[in-house]
Design a protein around this ligand. Structure first.
Ligand code: FES
Length: 364
């Protein structure tokens, strides 16, 4: 894949220029960038999420110019969309100056993507498989609670994406944290867990993603699974700073009591809240004979009305593994929550995505 990308990118040698309709924005795309990378580096908030061609969030319409796709757009876009000239910005190599059309109502937060060097200052064990690392950056980075960044460390070729775990300060952050789940055979998590990495140099590139708190007075249903608590915690901290005056149902799915973490922080957020705040940790594999008296089963089964929360009139923010997100979306739809009120960040591993795409193609 890397060789293929290098071959495709190297054919273009000069920056190309892109006009964005109807906003009137203009930006340039360097030879080694995708259309999306060029936009984000210029601070143009093209909406995006996965950056690997599966979510269609970066869909825009090519009005004029030549492009080349890295991944076949037809995996994600339907025939009608392709015929109408829609492309995926994250999978587009720019071959000439372009004009593209975007839906301005779907623009993401206005933060310029940048790469900043930093040092790991602390790592802390949250559970048997989740680590919190705190990084001090050489310069501040601005982001929206819910967004993510790429983390690069020397010796590991591919960066890995992790959500910011804290609400940002207005003027930007020089201290950031990530919650990192140990992935079996994961290069990055193996490296982080193999020794005390305090003092190691890292590079953080971001922010990315269209998962962030929308301004609204509607109640919010938040659901987190595993390390998916990081952006949800950040979103709630940001909402608390804004007054904490919208009703919240927070569902936290885990296997056993040993997989729960940050309960003290959630309790603190809840105690400062000025509207109903229902926190329900749900355990799916806790032994029946244990002392757990809380909720059990699948976390998605616990999406229901609570005092101050009417699910059909809520916005939903979901972060965790794909199975949990898909089940939650189905349940929310059944409850009457429409797709435009549901925001999610699905954990996708790039190698897994590529394997899935190949497997899907074999079955077509
Ligand atoms: S398809 Fe481009 S960001 Fe997901």
């Amino acid at each position: 894949m890397a060789n293929l990308l290098a071959r495709i990118f190297n054919r273009t040698t000069e920056p190309r220029f892109v006009d964005v309709l109807p906003t009137g924005d203009k930006f340039s795309v360097e030879p080694n960038q995708t259309l999306l990378q060029g936009a984000l580096s210029a601070g143009i908030p093209l909406p995006h999420d996965c950056r690997v061609g599966t979510c269609a969030t970066c869909k825009c319409r090519l009005v004029e110019g030549k492009v080349k796709s890295i991944m076949d757009f037809s995996y994600t876009l339907n025939t009608e969309e392709i015929e109408q000239g829609y492309i995926l910005a994250c999978q587009t190599i720019v071959k000439s100056n372009l004009t593209i059309l975007i839906d301005p109502s779907s623009e993401g937060p206005h933060h310029t993507v940048k790469s900043v060097n930093g040092v790991i200052r602390k790592s802390e064990t949250l559970t048997h498989d989740i680590l919190k690392i705190r990084i001090e950056l050489d310069e501040s980075i601005s982001y929206e609670a819910g967004q993510y960044a790429d983390l690069s460390v020397p010796g590991i070729k591919e960066p890995r994406s992790y959500s910011f775990a804290d609400a940002p300060k207005k003027q930007g952050q020089t201290e950031i944290s990530f919650f990192i789940r140990r992935v079996p055979n994961g290069e990055m998590t193996g490296w982080l867990n193999a020794a005390d990495r305090t003092g190691e140099k890292v590079t953080v590139t971001g922010p990315y993603g269209s998962f962030y708190l929308r301004p609204s007075v509607q109640p919010i249903v938040c659901m987190a699974g595993g390390s998916g608590l990081a952006p949800i915690k950040a979103i709630l901290e940001q909402a608390a700073k804004q007054g904490g005056d919208i009703p919240v149902l927070l569902l936290f799915g885990a296997r056993t009591q040993g997989d729960l973490y940050c309960l003290d922080i959630i309790a603190e957020i809840a105690s400062s809240w000025n509207a109903p705040f229902h926190f329900i940790p749900v355990l799916s594999e806790e032994p029946m004979e244990s002392d757990w008296i809380g909720a059990r089963g699948l976390v998605t089964e616990h999406i229901k009305d609570h005092p101050g929360i009417q699910v059909p009139f809520s916005k939903a923010y979901l972060c965790g593994p794909p199975g949990m997100i898909d089940a939650a979306i189905n349940k929310l739809n059944e409850c009457g929550v429409t797709a435009d009120q549901i925001f999610f960040d699905k954990f996708l591993d790039r190698s897994h995505v590529q394997k899935t795409i190949k497997a899907d193609r074999l079955h077509k």
